[in-house]
Structure formats: C-alpha cells, structure tokens
Ligand binder design. Structure first.
Ligand code: NOJ
Length: 581
C-alpha cells in the first residue's frame, strides 16, 4: 500500500494527539447518542418512555462509552409530530416527567461524564402554544397574530388560501382559521410557523436557550435550521413556480435557507458564548452541500449535520466521495464533520443495507417490508462495517438509539398503531417513520421486553417478537454481539483518537483505506470477497472475530482497524502485509 496526498489539512483548532480535549471543543470528535425519549425507557409504566427512564439507563450509555446524549423533544406536546410540535419550550411533558426529573437526568449524565444536547424546534410551535392560542383569540390584524405567519385568504370572503403551497408532510401549507385569515405551516397544521421578523419571537428563543443552558445543558440540536426566516412580501410564487424557478442556492427563497437566517444564529452564538465552556449547537439543515458551512461556522451554530450517508448505498466509491466532500466542507467552516447512519426520521440502516441497492423507501414500507425481503444478516454485517468506518473518521459520530443492538426497521407495524403525520397526512401513501421509533428491548423476557416495568401498559408502538433476541441482556452475554462490538469500537476509538486529519491509502477496488495521525489505519472491504489484510496489528474487526486470532484477510463487507506493529510483535504476527506496504 502506498499513500496518496493527505485529503484534508488539520482544522485550525484540531486536537493534538494525547492531549486533553479542550472543554470548549469537546463536541468536535464526540460520539453522540440520540435518545428519542418516548421510545427509550419507560420508568413509570404508562407505555411511553420518560426522563426517569433515561436516568435509569445511564449505566448503559456509560458502558457503551458515548460522550454525549442528544435528547429529542421532551416538551409538553400533543404529539402531532412526535414532540416536534412544542406547546411550551421551557417545561417537560408531564407524561415524561418534571423539571426536577430533568435535573436528576442531567446530574446522572454528568456524573457519568456524558454531556447533554437538547432539541430546539424554532421554525414552528404547536397550535397549543400560549402565543398561538392568543393569536387565534385576538383576531385578524391583531399584534398577537404578528408573531406567526398569518395572511388574508384570497377571494372576496378570504375562502381561498394565500398560495397553493404544499407542506412537507403533504396537503396544503396554509390552514384557515375561520375569519378570513390563514396561517402558514410548513409541516403539519398543528405546527404553525413562527414569524422570525418579530422581536418577541427572537427574544423568547434566546430566553429558552438560556433557560436550558442554566439548567446544565451542554448544547443544542436545531430542528429545521434552514427554515425560520421568511420573505413573503410582494407577489408570492405558486407551488409550480417555487419548484421550477426558485433558486435554492441564492439565499433568497421565500422560506428555505435564506441568507438572513444566519442573523438569528449570530444572535444565538452570543448567547452560547455567555457560558463557560460555550454551549455548542448542531444544525439540522437539509441544504445543498456548499450552503452547509454557513450553518457550521464559528459565528453561527458551529456544526451542521451531514446526512449524505443516510442516502448513500453501501459502496466504496460512494462512501469515499462523501468523506472527501464533507471533510473539505467542515474545514471550510472551521468546524468538524458529523457522520450519521440512522436517526428517528429514516429507515434503520441495518434494514437499508440488507435491501438491494436502490430499493425505494415508500413502496418497500407499504409492502410491510416484504417486497423485497431484506437480508438482515447481511444488513447487520454491513451496518457494523459502516459504523467502524465512520467511527474512525475525524469528526463526530451520531448514533441513533438501538443501532448498538443492530435493530432493524419494524416495517410491518399495523396501520392502526401508526402515529406519524406523514402517514396520516398522505392518507396512507407514505407509511412514515414509526418503524424506526419502536421502543427498545432491554430484556429478552417481560412485558415490553424491559422497556417498561412488569405490569405496565404496553409499549406505545408494539415491539416485534424478533426484538427479544436482540435485547440488551441477551447481547451483553454474547461477546460476538453487535452491542459488544459497539462497546469495543467506542473504547478503542477513545484510545486511538487523534488530530482531525486523515490520509487515504491506495486500496483495491471496492476497498477504502485511510490512516489517521499516530498510525491508526481503517480498512473497509465493501466487496463480497475477502481482500488481503495490510500490515499492522488488528485491534478491531466489525465481523466480530476477536483481534489476534489469525486474521489473514479483511473479510467481505467488513471494517478492520489496525495500529502499527511494535518491533516485538513483528515476528509473532508475520508483519509485512499481504499488500506489501
Ligand atoms: C425534523 C425532525 O427531525 C423531524 O422529526 C420533524 O418531523 C421535523 N423536523 C419537523 O419538526
């Protein structure tokens, strides 16, 4: 193996090897575990996960070795969109606990050395938010309506919507309120969009950020960070014109990725920097790649999700392209990249990778996950390889709850239990995202597989029988399990972590290999045949074979990590390497 030129330069604030991490920069190369709280652990037995449940499972997170938890919304909500419809940004949903439960959870996480990132949903509130209720009560033309995006309907009686725009969850973007006014909702009708031109809205969100930062929160995940600001002055385009003529790259779209959204994040940066260490933030911004650095800049949110691996096939060229592009983009922003294989919005990657390349999501889910049937053994094998690949990259890895168990998508949930607005609003044309939100199995036996206490109410989404053998207690007893692999990988990663640089190595077709400073080499074989193992000491193999047990090649669809061979090891391991490095 020969080396190619370094793909990236060190970011200005890269972490020196074997130096303690600057507390202000802990997030740059963190492993962040996403908790979707209603489906994580149910301490009070009402069938819905809660904050006391998170606290009770901190030992699992500590044993896993994560640096931080990102907690999806836990605020009071009618659950029109899984909690992303917030009634009150500075409280806890009573079904999930109290502010005191929140404080106990923060204390338990911090005692375990785990930081906490909470979800902030600034594009829209719920229609039960006090200010939206006040806006409805106050009537057309009132100052209360100014905080949201109300417009008069068209036609003499205002019976027609202001535009024919379509919402992201399906159906119109405007909802009439019965007095000639309509309000804009880019998502569900229960999620009215805020008016970010209004000083009250800006001040209230700054207050929310301080409220949680004062309670010990270490950072924020910003929902739909590319919406918020709007310019709906002048003649508004039709939906067809929006799609055909609006340039999504010039920052002047009526509501999507506008340049002026960064004024909001500059204000927020001032709030984050009031704290020591400064609070971090990560943007959920579905924008063209070249627009991402603005969200990740140090004057703005500081980091932005890169979702490219959520849509990439398990393919060497595709993965390498994503890495090259995103390391450059992150360096451009002075930030670190993020790597995401799954989250609460997409089909779990253990299932994705078990399907033929190009399988479209919607028809597959509508077939209850049977057409085609995924090869889950293969899916988990590839998922583990992809995980070891991303964990070796410079930057942060975001792990979605349950992926450490190799959980598949539950594609055959009965229609009657589905909760996702994409299912309801599309009238069954899109099955939605509930299949990745099924509560976790903690024990092989027991009601709701240990998600809730014995005698409690059933889990709010039914767990399939197949989850029993994937439960945490089953996998803890098996050194070859996916859970054991994740624990091993995270522990190894912590010991190998180094400056934010990477150098690609020459590799056979279908293989991606790179080296990090200090000699940590990652080789991923995306092909279905073994490839020769390069020189070095194998310290991790995603195929589960314990290192040092006579591995002579990189098995099919497997990632191995190697470190340099110490002189004393050379004879024992026959170092030299089949690829002749
Ligand atoms: C992105 C969140 O991840 C998703 O779950 C939610 O439905 C939308 N934003 C709307 O808030």
């Amino acid at each position: 193996m020969t080396t190619t030129p370094s793909a990236t330069a060190a970011a200005p604030s890269a972490l020196p090897a074997e130096q303690p991490v600057d507390p202000a920069l802990w997030w740059r190369q963190a492993v962040v575990y996403q908790v979707y709280p209603r489906s994580f652990a149910d301490a009070d037995g009402d069938g819905t996960g809660d904050l006391a449940g998170v606290t009770s499972r901190v030992p699992h997170l500590e044993r896993l070795g994560v640096d931080a938890v990102w907690l999806s919304p836990f605020y009071p909500s009618a659950l029109a969109d899984g909690g992303y419809d917030v009634d009150d940004y500075r409280d806890v949903d009573p079904r999930l606990g109290t502010l005191e439960d929140f404080d106990r959870m923060v204390a338990a996480l911090h005692a375990a050395g785990i930081r906490l990132i909470v979800d902030i949903v600034p594009n829209h509130s719920s229609d039960r938010h006090a200010w939206f209720r006040a806006a409805l009560a106050a009537g057309p033309g009132s100052p209360e309506r100014e905080r949201y995006v109300f417009r008069r309907g068209l036609g003499a009686d205002g019976a027609q919507p202001p535009t024919d725009w379509l919402s992201i969850f399906g159906g119109p973007s405007w909802e009439p309120v019965g007095d000639g006014d309509w309000y804009l909702h880019n998502f569900a009708p229960e999620q009215p969009d805020w008016n970010w031109d209004h000083p009250d809205v800006r001040a209230d969100f700054r207050r929310t950020l301080r409220f949680w930062a004062d309670r010990g929160v270490d950072g924020f995940r910003i929902d739909v960070a590319h919406f918020l600001t709007k310019d709906l002055t002048g003649v508004l385009p039709t939906q067809a014109e929006l799609e055909a003529t609006q340039d999504l790259t010039d920052g002047a779209h009526p509501f999507n990725d506008r340049d002026d959204v960064h004024d909001v994040y500059r204000e927020w940066r001032a709030v984050f920097d009031e704290y020591d260490p400064p609070r971090m933030a990560v943007a959920e911004a579905w924008v063209p790649a070249h627009r991402r650095p603005a969200y990740a800049s140090a004057e703005g949110l500081g980091q932005a999700f890169n979702f490219d691996l959520l849509v990439a096939e398990f393919d060497a060229a595709a993965f390498r392209r994503v890495v090259e592009e995103n390391l450059l983009l992150a360096a451009d922003a002075g930030s670190s990249s993020t790597w995401v294989l799954s989250n609460h919005d997409v089909v779990r990657h253990a299932s994705r990778y078990g399907l033929p390349a190009g399988t479209p999501r919607i028809p597959w889910l509508l077939s209850q996950g049977t057409d085609p049937a995924p090869d889950l053994v293969r899916g988990v094998r590839r998922a583990r390889a992809a995980t070891a690949f991303v964990l070796a990259l410079p930057g942060s890895t975001y792990v979605y709850q349950g992926e450490e168990l190799g959980l598949p998508e539950v594609a055959d949930l009965p229609d009657a239990v589905l909760q996702d607005p994409t299912w309801l609003r599309s009238r069954g044309a899109d099955k939605g995202r509930d299949g990745c939100r099924v509560p976790l199995p903690w024990t092989r036996d027991g009601d709701s597989l240990g998600f809730g206490p014995e005698g409690g109410r059933p889990a709010h989404l039914p767990q399939p029988a197949s989850f029993a053998e994937l439960a945490v207690d089953v996998q803890e007893a098996d050194p070859a399990s996916t859970l054991a692999f994740y624990r091993e990988a995270l522990a190894r990663r912590a010991g190998l972590q180094t400056v934010e640089e990477l150098e690609f190595l020459d590799a056979p077709e279908g293989v991606v290999a790179f080296r990090r400073p200090g000699g940590w080499v990652c080789v991923t074989n995306f092909t279905t045949a073994p490839v020769p193992l390069p020189a070095g000491r194998v310290v991790l193999s995603s195929s589960g074979r314990p290192p040092g047990e006579g591995l002579t090649d990189v098995p099919a669809e497997t990632t191995v990590w190697l470190t340099p061979v110490e002189p004393a090891d050379a004879v024992a391991t026959g170092a030299g390497g089949a690829t002749g490095r």
